[in-house]
Write a protein that binds this ligand. Structure first.
Ligand code: SAH
Length: 346
């Protein structure tokens, strides 16, 4: 049987585990502190536990970890892209972004992805592995340790579809949010989804205060079907209903991400069609010039097209911004570094 990864357990789950070993419940808090406050990587370092308990833990459980295998720093803006190896030899990537308001880390939730978006490098070989909560956390812990500064926000916008790895991602959020862990406020955690409407409904029922970002990328099903296969399962009507319910219920503003792809979704007509669909929702739109991905045939929209698109939406009362592009010189777009690494290895 696979060993339980203790780093992936919430405090309540860790208590249950400890009790199942016949140990007193308070041990769970001690172990949790070792894992999430002192961030040790072995049971032997947990010096306030008896030797026999440490041996028992080593037998029954493990502590997931990551190794940094590559690190690329942008000379333009200080963005750093990390390539990590998991214990099972998979590789994932994370990005550190430095903003005036603090350090943000973009984490991966899966190695690969099975959503199949046409412009995305993460999905080319399909889904390879669902990350454990501890492996998502470790991306933040390791970057924090590497730079010696606090990480003040986390975005689940790296490789993978977080709502396709729902329970691990939810545990990640709970542990990252806990006072004994990173103590990250839920509002400083953003989850980005390609539009799994059932998952959005489920997330709403968790009653969290995290920020939801939704990759919309099109004003209608016809265009969306061409670039995002997920829209055949959840059409825009279904998706936007889930979004509206989410923001009505949580009172949180949703971010709609919209990658601007030349000749595909970037016309003035597209903006005019999109605006009324977002009209009665607490939301804003973030336009992202698409990063050209070699394997796919998508080119970014012109600056003029992007500005026009933004001004049409803004004039219709939909608050719209253009994403400041960080890390463009280090392949910092979703899945690109991992993709390059795997291409070289294969
Ligand atoms: N699966 C989730 C989160 C990971 S992708 C989602 O789809 O939202 C994070 C964001 O990067 C998404 O908005 C995705 O559409 C976008 N993205 C992927 N490839 C891109 C590219 N080549 N250029 C610009 N944005 C891209």
């Amino acid at each position: 049987m696979a060993k339980t990864d203790l780093k992936s357990l919430t405090i309540n789950e860790l208590e249950d585990f400890i009790i199942s070993l016949g140990e007193p419940k308070f041990r769970a808090k001690q172990i949790y502190q070792w894992l999430h406050e002192k961030r040790v990587s072995s049971f032997d370092e947990m010096t306030n536990l008896s030797k026999s308990l440490r041996a028992k833990l080593a037998e029954e459980a493990k502590i997931s970890g990551l190794k940094i295998i590559e690190k690329h720093e942008s000379s333009k803006d200080g963005t750093v892209k990390y390539l990590f190896a998991l214990d099972n030899d998979n590789v994932i990537e994370s990005v550190l972004m430095k903003y005036s308001y603090g350090n943000a880390v973009c984490v991966s939730s899966q190695a690969g992805c099975r959503m199949g978006c046409g412009f995305c490098a993460s999905t080319i070989n399909g889904l390879e592995y669902n990350l454990l909560a501890g492996e998502i956390l470790s991306q933040v812990y390791m970057i924090q340790e590497d730079i010696g500064e606090r990480i003040s926000s986390v975005v689940l916008m790296g490789s993978g579809e977080p709502l396709d790895n729902y329970s691990n991602v939810l545990k990640f959020i709970k542990i990252a949010n806990s006072d004994l862990g990173l103590g990250l406020g839920q509002r400083h955690i953003t989850l980005s989804t390609c539009g799994l409407a059932d998952g959005i409904d489920r997330l709403r029922e968790e009653d969290l205060q995290i920020t939801l970002a939704v990759s919309l990328h099109a004003p209608n099903d016809e265009i969306r079907n061409k670039i995002m296969p997920v829209s055949k399962k959840y059409d825009m009507n279904r998706l936007l209903t889930a979004c509206k319910n989410y923001s009505d219920y949580t009172k949180r503003r949703i971010t709609f991400e919209y990658a601007m792809i030349k000749g595909v979704n970037d016309s003035r007509e597209c903006a005019l069609e999109l605006a009324p669909k977002l009209k009665n929702m607490l939301c804003h739109v973030n336009l992202i010039p698409v990063n050209d991905v070699k394997e796919r045939n998508f080119i970014k929209s012109s600056e003029a097209a992007i500005q026009e698109f933004a001004s049409v939406l803004n004039s219709k009362g939909i608050e719209t911004t253009v994403r400041r592009k960080l890390g463009s010189d280090i392949n910092a777009a979703c899945g690109q570094l991992r993709r390059g690494y795997l291409n070289n290895r294969r």
